[in-house]
Design a binder for this molecule. Structure first.
Ligand code: ADQ
Length: 741
């Protein structure tokens, strides 16, 4: 992928779309110096890649104006054209006062979300004012985006600082396409539940049309968090979440670097001269290791130094001939970073005083930031690059190191906990917590044959060449283009539309179709405990005097009639295969032939799932449900693979769907809820208008059946329905609406 190819794609698809990027940090900072105002340009690879995109198509970048001369360089709308002289796009600055910076940035962003997502729970520190500042700052970013957005704009939001902004933007402008890229890991629910205000964070992010993660596992973890804390409709197969009528798609887009640029910089004469100078200036021995990090506890610098300490102790023949150069640029100059910095420096100097000699230092510790054009010399001259993150979204240093290895002589030691480990074959993987194995790995790499090193490095580099930053941007923008062309279907808030509905429906005869679990009764741990409350039962009893009423359920007919206990209404059980008309039962087909197959499947599932606690297999005669609400999240992977394995190959006979922590197994030819609605309407509903409410994926058949010929309402939102109510608790108000009509 070349930058030119990407630009051509963007020109074609986005030149009319006005791209708006929002990030915490700005791409150009204006600073006051003695010599006047100075502009500092993009530091990281990502910023410069996004900068190139906007230079190609124009658009707007919204960011916190943090430079000392930032206010002096903007117009009355807080905008400045960048880059200077080129005026390719607009940088719009958001102003945050010191209190907001403390609460939003140093507080909720860096003391709650950052440690949380890196599973460093003991580093979380929360104050209520952090949250208030976070919401306020997000409001300011969202407001700036709304001011800049045109019709048809695409808003591309970056990272964990801006979780609430998508919801705020979508509430005001549902027509805008919003994509959020999450640069850091997303933990599973057992970790994320520790987050103070976690539901608001998730709700905020569900304002996006697309959320991009570094790896599929982070998207799966996000889904897991939604499933456990928000009443939304989840489609595991298509990785979509529908909440309050809006659908969000999740997808992994592993980030990368500008490979060509690193390779070109590293192959230059300038770099060759720089390597000679560095070796002389730093008194480097024949073998060199390199670490390049922000001074950040998640990067595992302490573990790396512990491993190096043990390495020099165990493999003393390397003393005097191998030095490790650590570039550690301090960031976030506050606690806990100040203490961490002291600890790292003390450990480095401890190793030096233990093993160092007057003319050799085992650790050369440098705490300055180095431009990428100078950094490549460090990468290229190293025999070993070490990355030891305790958890990391991706880690671009891994890719930069490989791209700079134009002589293919260096080898990468990479933490298994870094996202890059999932992507890069050819590296030597280590567990940063396993100090001895880590130290041994350094020894193995330093003794590795030249052939093996070259082979490993070639494999590594090939993967980055094929997946560079331009491909990453292209993949994301292609997804955006496809989402906006398909236009994810939206549904409307039932209560917001109630005045209009009142007008339309009050003169009509209605037939109310009510789903049970998750609609009339809240979702519960087990099917027996999902009960309907007295108030709801009383309202249905009153409604049946006014309209025709049917209860439609996935449960067996007998079971659902027992649970509801209301006479003189219609019932459909087993997802519509069994229907009770008030005085007789109708069975849609004869199921004797599939019954034995279903029994076999259930028997196998029972046998193979016995060791997983919490699985509940419900045999409903014609159909079956496998509930896993009570199964530990850690066992989900195994459960899913056993389930898939057992049900594989029976697609011609059974239709398998997933709902709220349940798999449904239904004969392909069995009626679904849509068929049941059609049959009941044909036989008993002449002259009435159907109104259907349900919460699950199995209700989609009924929503589709109703189409424009009635009113379809989902609990939590489902793109197939026309309206939604937000939660199960609101269903009672929905029923009252019809009582009052
Ligand atoms: P970081 O954790 O900041 O960001 P990382 O991938 O480690 O990102 O990259 C750091 C960048 O800073 C690299 O470009 C590197 O060259 C540069 N850098 C670090 N130390 C430096 C030094 N001493 N001198 C000069 N430059 C230095 C987050 C996530 C990552 C994810 C990125 C991108 O935490 O997991 O890879 O975003 O999505």
């Amino acid at each position: 992928m070349t930058e030119a190819q990407l630009n051509a794609f963007i020109e074609e698809n986005f030149s009319e779309r006005n791209l708006v990027i929002i990030s915490n940090r700005e791409p150009y900072v204006h600073k006051k110096t003695l010599a006047g105002i100075k502009t500092e340009s993009p530091a990281g690879g990502l910023t410069s890649a996004m900068d190139n995109v906007l230079k190609a198509v124009g658009g707007t970048w919204i960011a916190w104006g943090s430079g000392s001369a930032d206010r002096d360089t903007v117009d009355e709308n807080d905008r400045v054209s960048v880059p200077e002289g080129d005026n390719a796009y607009i940088l719009k600055r958001v102003w945050l006062n010191k209190g907001l910076v403390d609460n939003y940035y140093h507080g909720y962003s860096n003391q709650v979300l950052w440690p949380l997502c890196h599973t460093a729970l003991n580093r979380i520190y929360f104050r209520r004012r952090y949250w208030e500042g976070y919401v306020r700052a997000n409001f300011l970013f969202a407001e700036a985006a709304l001011e800049e957005a045109h019709e048809n704009s695409v808003i591309w939001i970056h990272d964990y600082h801006l979780c609430i902004a998508p919801k705020l933007i979508k509430e005001k402008r549902p027509d805008l396409t919003t994509i959020h890229f999450w640069h850091i890991p997303w933990p599973d629910w057992s970790v994320f539940r520790a987050c103070p205000r976690h539901s608001q964070v998730l709700e905020g992010l569900l304002g996006n049309d697309i959320i991009g993660f570094q790896l599929p596992i982070f998207a799966a973890n996000f889904m897991d968090c939604i499933e456990n804390s928000i009443d939304a409709t989840i489609d595991q197969d298509n990785l979509t979440i529908t909440y309050r009528g809006h659908t969000t798609r999740l997808k992994a887009f592993p980030i990368s670097i500008d490979f060509k640029n690193f390779e070109t910089m590293s192959s230059s004469k300038r770099t060759e001269r720089a390597m000679i100078n560095l070796k002389r200036k730093l008194h480097l021995p024949p073998m060199i290791g390199i670490g390049v990090d922000r001074l950040e506890y998640t990067k595992g610098l302490m573990m790396r130094l512990q491993a190096l300490n043990l390495f020099f102790e165990k493999y003393d023949s390397f003393r005097g001939i191998f030095s490790f150069v650590q570039l550690a640029v301090p960031t976030r100059l506050k606690e806990p970073y100040l203490s961490y910095k002291k600890g790292v420096e003390a450990m480095a100097s401890g190793i030096n005083s233990r093993y160092g000699t007057p003319d050799w230092q085992p650790i050369i510790y440098l705490d300055n930031k180095v431009d990428h054009k100078d950094l490549v010399a460090y990468y290229r001259m190293a025999d070993i690059g070490i990355i030891s993150s305790i958890y990391d979204g991706m880690n671009l240093v891994a890719k930069e190191f490989a791209a700079s290895q134009v002589d293919e002589k260096g080898t990468l030691i990479l933490s298994e906990m870094a996202g890059a480990a999932e992507e890069l074959d050819g590296a030597i993987l280590v567990n940063p917590y396993d100090t001895e194995n880590f130290a041994d790995s350094i020894n193995i790499v330093l003794k590795m044959s030249e052939d093996e090193r070259k082979n490993r490095m070639r494999v590594l580099r090939k993967q980055i060449i094929d997946n560079d930053i331009y491909k990453w941007i292209l993949d994301i923008l292609s997804e955006v283009a496809s989402v906006s062309s398909v236009m994810l279907k939206e549904c409307k808030d039932f209560f917001d539309s109630s005045a209009q509905l009142r007008k339309e429906l009050s003169s009509k005869e209605l037939f109310l179709f009510l789903d049970y679990d998750g609609t009339l009764a809240p979702i519960a741990e087990t099917p027996e405990t999902a009960v309907i409350n007295d108030a709801t039962r009383e309202i249905i009893n009153m409604l049946k005097g006014k309209y025709k009423v049917a209860i439609i359920s996935g449960r067996q007919l007998e079971d659902i009639m027992n649970m509801v206990q209301i006479n003189d209404i219609y019932y459909a059980g087993n997802h519509g295969s069994e229907i009770w008309s008030g005085d007789e039962m109708f069975l849609s087909q004869d199921f004797t032939d599939v019954r034995s197959r279903l029994k076999d499947i259930l028997k196998r599932l029972e046998n193979e799932l016995t060791h997983i606690p919490g699985v509940l297999i419900e045999d409903k005669g014609i159909t079956a449900s496998v509930h896993y609400r009570k199964v530990w999240t850690k066992d989900h992977g195994e459960l899913f693979s056993i389930f898939n394995n057992v049900t594989k190959g029976c697609e011609d006979i059974f239709r398998i769907t997933s709902g709220k922590k349940v798999f449904e197994i239904r004969p392909v030819k069995a009626w679904n809820k849509g068929d049941a609605v059609r049959w009941i309407m044909k036989n008993y509903g002449e002259g009435t208008l159907p109104v259907y409410i349900g919460d699950d994926t199995t209700d989609e058949d009924a929503f589709k059946e109703i189409g424009d010929g009635g009113v379809s309402v989902s609990v939590g939102g489902n793109p197939e329905s026309e309206y939604f109510v937000s939660t199960q608790a609101e269903v009672i108000d929905f029923l009252k609406f019809f009582l009052d009509l």
